[in-house]
Design a binder for this molecule. Structure first.
Ligand code: ATP
Ligand code: MG
Length: 401
């Protein structure tokens, strides 16, 4: 069976219905309005970035109707804007029943092929001389009559095609397909966060989850070459670039921190089994400094309980102890690896994140899974940690990609 999307290439859509019910819909009046305003701004930025023209926006509660000749393209792009629940390319008409019937027949004529089953659904807001049920009955009846040589059947429970009618005050919109968005909150509705982005699968997904809840991200990559190969930096930047496709109109700045000398110091001067813990604590220290400069509100990592030796609950406590000014948020804490991978595929970072690069050659064969805080602190006291942090911050570079 051909998909609805295939058929509807021939439909002359002139509008897009953008829905943003989800959690935004249950916010208090003031917050909801502020979020909707922000979402509208983000949508306009996305359309400008993609260079897709439109004529006008009609903003109603829980919906934006966009008048455009590029309805399908716009609907598809907007599914990648946080806060959008779904979008449908549609045909706009007046709320006059005859007009609705006429335009619904035109749509049905294009999408319904011989022997198809179909249903009519109607959603109505405002005062009209008919009920939603009247619309369904009349449109259904007229489609059966006007297209009677096609052997169409009405199937209310499980139709092959659905012709939807959305009546809103003086207007009505007819559509047959709904593209699902990712919901969440509009980007910028929460403050910025610093994201420790390794280029691997997990941290990319963690970043995306923070973005989904409204936080713009500032990715930060610690360059450990030659403990890994030179291509690792390019990989992390490619992941960041992919993530930025979800944050059109926001900063595209990435921090690259030289970390090789730090790591070398831990390998040569501290107990080997603590290398990963010391390395991560250093990342947290530098991240806190940059969070301060950037006026971010927190640090995001891709850690999940027990996923690596350095991520046992025990070791996470030892890591947390060093972040005193900013909370470290771990959106993947309870995720199974397969769940993380599924999400990475959905957000299009998986392919890049699984590009082959050398693993960290500084990782010890037997890393501590239950590091003791006093012992970690004692190891750090043997080093000039302050100077190491200063140097890392001083040498950190930013690139806008
Ligand atoms: P990922 O898949 O994100 O690489 P991982 O499961 O391989 O994570 P670790 O290597 O222990 O786990 O890293 C845990 C977290 O520390 C990462 O999710 C990331 O947030 C951060 N991190 C690790 N290496 C780097 C790096 N080189 N630059 C920036 N952040 C890093
Ligand atoms: Mg990794």
């Amino acid at each position: 069976m051909r998909s609805v999307v295939g058929w509807s290439n021939q439909v002359r859509y002139d509008s897009v219905i953008v829905r943003f019910g989800g959690e935004m819909g249950i916010k208090g009046e003031w917050t909801r309005r502020a979020y909707e305003k922000l979402l509208l701004k983000n949508i306009k930025k996305a359309l400008k970035h993609h260079g897709i023209p439109y004529e006008k926006f009609i903003h109603k509660r829980g919906r934006i109707y966009i008048k455009t000749k590029n309805a399908q393209e716009i609907a598809s792009k907007l599914t990648r804007v946080f806060g959008v629940s779904s979008a449908s390319p549609a045909i706009e008409t007046t709320s006059d029943m005859n007009e609705i019937v006429q335009r619904a027949i035109e749509l049905a004529d294009t999408i319904l092929k011989d022997g198809s089953s179909f249903a009519i659904r109607c959603h109505r807001v405002g005062k009209h001389q008919y009920s939603s049920m009247d619309v369904c009955k009349e449109v259904g009846k007229q489609i059966l009559e006007q297209l009677k040589n096609r052997n169409l059947q009405v199937h209310l429970k499980n139709p092959q095609f659905t012709v939807n009618v959305e009546v809103r005050d003086k207007y009505a919109y007819i559509f047959a397909e709904t593209l699902h968005g990712v919901d969440g909150f509009p980007l910028g509705s929460q403050p910025k966060v610093i994201c420790l982005l390794s280029g691997g699968i997990d941290s990319a997904v963690a970043c995306w989850l923070a973005m989904k809840r409204g936080c713009p991200i500032i990715p930060m990559y610690f360059d450990i070459a030659p403990f890994t190969d030179e291509s690792a930096t390019a990989k992390a930047l490619d992941v960041a670039r992919k993530l930025f496709e979800w944050s059109i109109g926001f900063s595209r700045k990435v921090y690259i921190v030289p970390h090789c000398r730090n790591l070398e110091t831990f390998v040569t001067e501290s107990p080997r089994k603590l290398t990963c813990i010391l390395c991560k604590r250093m990342m947290y220290r530098v991240a806190e400094r940059i969070a301060e400069t950037e006026r971010a509100e927190g640090i995001i990592t891709g850690e999940a309980i027990g996923e690596q030796a350095s991520q046992t609950l025990h070791n996470l406590r030892v890591l947390n102890e060093i972040a005193t000014k900013y909370p470290v948020h771990r959106p993947l804490l309870g995720f199974n690896k397969l769940e993380t991978e599924e999400l990475a595929k959905k957000i299009s970072t998986f392919k890049i994140s699984t590009r082959k690069t050398e693993g960290c050659s500084a990782a010890p064969i037997k890393p501590a899974t239950k590091a003791r805080l006093e012992i970690v602190k004692r190891a750090e006291q043997q080093l000039d940690i302050e100077e190491m942090v200063e140097e890392s911050v001083r040498e950190a570079k930013t690139v806008t990609i």
